[in-house]
Design a protein. Structure first.
Length: 191
């Protein structure tokens, strides 16, 4: 039996820790909510930053809140080529031994020494969701999307936590490959 899942395209964005946020936006500054996201407590902030290296610059990169205990930039493979860096394919939060980049806000700039990744595609789920399909955190599955350019995404990682909501996240390159605009339904394929 397969299960329907909402597939959402996650564009490039940045997560900031408190110290880095204050260096970029000023002491006492706080993130403000532009739009709530599907994962409980997560939001696209009104605040944006610019990111750059010696080769390329991206303006107005959205901050995703709330504030985290690490700073991380998520870009696509295509964007990485523009920067001429080679960030690894990782799950969010796994930033050890990743490239750094310069981040600029309205009150200053920081050079992060590590933290740039290409996010692995994944499905967020609660323990109840996972038990219902006999999956555990870290398991690998497939997600099929339909349409004229429909395809099957392999190597999709299960992310299980009681705070998550049932949704699959892919990046812009992956969404474009499938001919998706925004979000749509997919199907978790179980062996």
């Amino acid at each position: 039996m397969n299960k329907i899942v909402k597939v959402e395209i996650s564009a490039h964005h940045i997560h900031l820790n408190k110290d880095d946020f204050e260096k970029l936006f000023g002491a006492g500054a706080e993130l403000t909510v532009k739009k709530e996201l599907s994962q409980p407590g997560m939001f696209a902030a009104n605040e944006t930053v610019d990111i750059k290296d010696d080769e390329f610059e991206m303006k107005r990169v959205r901050i995703v809140g709330p504030i985290r205990n690490y700073t991380q930039v998520e870009i696509t493979e295509t964007e990485a080529r523009n920067f001429r860096i080679n960030p690894p394919l990782r799950l969010s939060g796994n930033i050890k031994d990743t490239p750094g980049i310069t981040v600029t806000g309205p009150k200053g700039s920081i050079d992060i020494k590590e933290g740039v990744i290409v996010a692995k595609r994944h499905v967020h789920m609660t323990p109840k969701d996972a038990a219902g399909i006999s999956i555990k955190d870290g398991d690998v599955m497939k997600v099929k999307v339909g349409g004229e350019r429909g395809l099957i995404f392999d190597n999709v990682i299960a992310r299980v936590d009681k705070t998550y909501a049932w949704a699959c996240h892919i990046d812009t390159d992956e969404g474009n490959a499938a001919g998706m605009a925004g979000c749509g339904d997919g199907e978790v394929i179980l062996s």
